[in-house]
Design a protein around this ligand. Structure first.
Ligand code: BMA
Length: 337
């Protein structure tokens, strides 16, 4: 049985926007929506863009019948205008095997917009990479460049090539060879065209994160800082004595946001990692009020001109929240370990 972990608090270096009040939730969506969470966010051509997961039509038992991705724009990263249309739904992939698209992340590379996303199929979970072509105000064209073999998800792209190659972090979930339980780690892969990936290496094992006893996964796409690539990841602990106080019978996991620093020239090298969670579930939205409880799931990290970052995270699989921090503080946390 997994070792029980202590009660953790968020690091002092983060400030929750509005004391944790969501920046996006179902009430902001002009169409059918229930849980709005796990968004990818980026700054692009003078605006902020958010793609978010929308789970809707609860089946009354523990799951939603529908899951699609919506899109919103903002001038300040705080107040969002949600487009009155679904951005990507499973049918758009043109493959009857696909049942869900969710947990999107956005990265701008050489002025082009890319999205990584999770794809559930009847034959396992796949990680997708798509290029988003702007067509007109009515909508964009989403060109799928790559889908991994199952099971893989939580993929994020680096915002620039390193040593002439595109770089991604990902989280395959091997079960057979890892004891038949969740022991999932973060891996790194390279590509020259975003379609074919290889040279895959283990980046961070779950056993190396003191606040995880279950699994970890990439969170927000990395950002360049003077000292290295700053990366947010999620880390999960499980406690079999926990029971769920929400819509689901027994939810025993807790999701934290963690932070690490990778070498600029060789991102498969970890320069430092904070040994404590960056964000631990604390507010009512994060611990109590959601479809699930105790989930902080980071998906967006935006550097601002004043040396701060905006950190976007899903709270308890129900709403999207925002926190801020100074980049120098985040680096110091990684360096101090
Ligand atoms: C993971 C994914 C995420 C979700 C998290 C917590 O396995 O399904 O989308 O936020 O669990 O429920």
């Amino acid at each position: 049985m997994a070792k029980m972990l202590p009660e953790y608090r968020s690091s002092d270096v983060i400030t929750r926007y509005g004391e944790g009040v969501p920046v996006l939730s179902r009430k902001d969506i002009p169409y059918e929506a229930d849980c709005i969470f796990n968004a990818g966010v980026t700054a692009y051509k003078g605006k902020y863009y958010m793609v978010f997961r929308n789970d809707y039509r609860f089946d009354g038992e523990g799951a939603f019948e529908k899951c699609a991705i919506g899109i919103a724009q903002s001038d300040d990263g705080i107040r969002w205008d949600v487009e009155n249309r679904i951005f990507l739904k499973p049918e758009d992939l043109g493959d009857p095997d696909v049942t869900k698209v969710y947990d999107p992340r956005l990265t701008v590379i050489e002025d082009e917009l890319y999205m990584c996303f999770a794809v559930d199929t009847h034959h396992g979970v796949r990680g997708g990479i798509a290029k988003i072509h702007h067509v007109n105000e009515e909508g964009e064209k989403v060109e799928v460049l790559h889908l991994t073999a199952p099971d893989n998800r939580n993929m994020v792209l680096f915002p620039e090539k390193v040593g002439g190659r595109y770089v991604r972090l990902e989280r395959p979930f091997p079960v057979y060879s890892r004891g038949g339980i969740d022991r999932f780690d973060i891996w790194i892969s390279f590509s020259t065209d975003l379609r074919y990936w290889g040279d895959t290496k283990l980046l961070l094992g779950v056993e190396d994160v003191p606040f995880a006893n279950d699994k970890i996964g990439p969170g927000a796409p990395p950002i360049r800082t003077k000292e290295g690539w700053l990366v947010l990841f999620h880390a999960v602990d499980i406690d079999r004595t926990r029971g769920k106080n929400g819509w689901e019978e027994k939810w025993q996991k807790r999701y934290f946001a963690g932070v690490m620093l990778l070498d600029l020239l060789d991102p498969s090298k970890i320069l430092g990692i904070s040994k404590e969670p960056l964000i631990a579930p604390e507010t009512a939205w994060e611990t109590d009020e959601g479809f699930r409880t105790n989930v902080v799931f980071p998906g967006g990290l935006i550097p601002e001109k004043d040396g701060t970052v905006k950190i976007y995270y899903g709270a308890s699989d129900t709403v999207e929240c925002l926190a801020t921090a100074k980049i120098t503080d985040l680096i110091a946390l990684c360096r101090e370990g």
